[in-house]
Design a protein around this ligand. Structure first.
Ligand SMILES: *Cc1c(COP(=O)(O)O)cnc(C)c1O
Length: 388
């Protein structure tokens, strides 16, 4: 088909031409004397993306999932007890990862479409008088349902309980798109991947660690090998990696950091808020509900749209793909067939999203959902227009 394809899944996200060009390079010697300046420039700028001033950042050849594992095995002893909130497929998989690694996870079950309740976290930590719980696992932006956790409120709950557990935050679909305050939220481990807010292909796992988390790396006894931060720290200190880095992706990350930090992280977050507001206006104009239970928890990086009873969301997705060149995210696990997801994080603007929403609108009508063509797009344009 002629023209561009609209990759509106919530990751991988569209790759800007500038990043494609940055990665289109021959391989280089990752042991050369020139390499450390390059590696250091990346490792020293990553913390700025999450407003982190102490601790360190690490980059692995891995997807985001690997960073769940890396964060836990480097900071927890075998069998440690953890607390987590399950409110969608990604928080579910984070819990599964911890359990697969032999950790014990207390789970606060939360309806999908809602966000972690700070009061429940506080109660669970207060009840743990002997401080057996060693870590709290929270997904910041639940990509399965399109909701964003109020992390400042979660931090305040942990502080009110006066509990020393480490705070692990999955920011795979929020870091480099939504506001992420590593220091202010008292985050101990932040988890990200290259293919969402960083606008790159999948293949890099990005892990931020607080000083408190780093202190545990040397003392915990969980067996580790590929994701062991001990050799990583030794090599990073010299500007190298313990094994072959994913060099082309690092070329891309170097340029992605330049783009993000030149724009400024507050501006990046404001841009995503603007995009999210327009997409939600379209969904309302279609007369459809979001998976997010309340407007104030709706995510600015993606929107999960509930289709009416009797309609298969997979059909909408397939029509959008085949007839209109738009890729939408599927409903995951218990949401399969019930929702489709529109990714609006990364390299999007009002006009590219208006194009994508046009495709969604036609696919909805084709799938038998009675929308008025132009209604959703019009509502989005009203929200995006910049009157003089
Ligand atoms: C995409 C995503 C993951 C998984 O990342 P992969 O890179 O696919 O391993 C984890 N958590 C959240 C919130 C995500 O959006």
């Amino acid at each position: 088909m002629a023209g561009r394809h609209f990759l509106q899944i919530p990751g991988p996200t569209p790759i800007p031409d500038r990043l494609l060009r940055a990665m289109h390079r021959a391989s280089e010697d990752h042991r050369s004397s020139a390499f450390p300046a390059f590696a250091r420039s990346i490792l020293s700028r990553l913390p700025q993306v999450v407003h982190q001033t102490k601790g360190e950042h690490f980059v692995f050849p891995s997807s985001g999932t690997g960073m769940w594992e890396a964060s836990l095995i480097n900071t927890q002893n075998p069998g440690a007890r953890l607390l987590a909130v399950r409110f969608g497929q990604f928080s579910h998989l984070f819990i599964q990862t911890a359990r697969n690694l032999g950790y014990t996870v207390d789970v606060i079950e939360t309806p999908w479409g809602d966000v972690p309740d700070p009061a429940q976290i506080e109660a669970a930590l207060v009840a743990d008088r002997s401080h057996e719980i060693q870590g709290v696992l929270i997904v910041h932006n639940e990509t399965a349902t399109g909701v964003t956790t109020d992390m400042a409120a979660v931090r305040a709950a942990i502080d009110r309980a006066n509990h020393p557990a480490l705070l692990y935050v999955d920011g795979v679909s929020s870091i480099a798109s939504l506001d992420f305050q590593f220091d202010a939220w008292g985050v101990d481990c932040s988890i990200a991947g290259s293919q969402k807010g960083f606008m790159l292909p999948a293949g890099l796992g990005i892990l931020g660690m607080s000083e408190k988390a780093l202190e545990r790396v040397a003392t915990v006894t969980t067996p580790r090998s590929y994701f062991d931060l001990r050799p990583m720290r030794v090599q990073n200190a010299q500007g190298y990696f313990p094994y072959t880095p994913a060099l082309s992706l690092l070329f891309g990350l170097d340029e992605s950091l330049t783009m993000l930090l030149d724009e400024g992280m507050p501006n990046v977050a404001a841009r995503h808020k603007r995009m999210g507001t327009g997409v939600r206006a379209a969904v309302s104009a279609w007369g459809l509900k979001q998976c997010a239970k309340r407007p104030e928890i709706a995510s600015n990086s993606l929107t999960a749209v509930v289709v009416p009873e009797g309609v298969d969301a997979a059909k909408v997705i397939d029509i959008a793909f085949k007839r209109y060149d738009v890729s939408l995210g599927a409903g995951l696990s218990e949401l399969a067939g019930k929702v489709f997801r529109i990714g609006h994080l990364g390299d999007n603007n009002a006009l590219s999203l208006a194009g994508a929403l046009s495709g969604v609108e036609m696919a909805l009508l084709d799938a038998g959902i009675p929308v008025t063509l132009g209604a959703g797009v019009g509502a989005a344009l009203h929200s995006w227009r910049v009157p003089a």
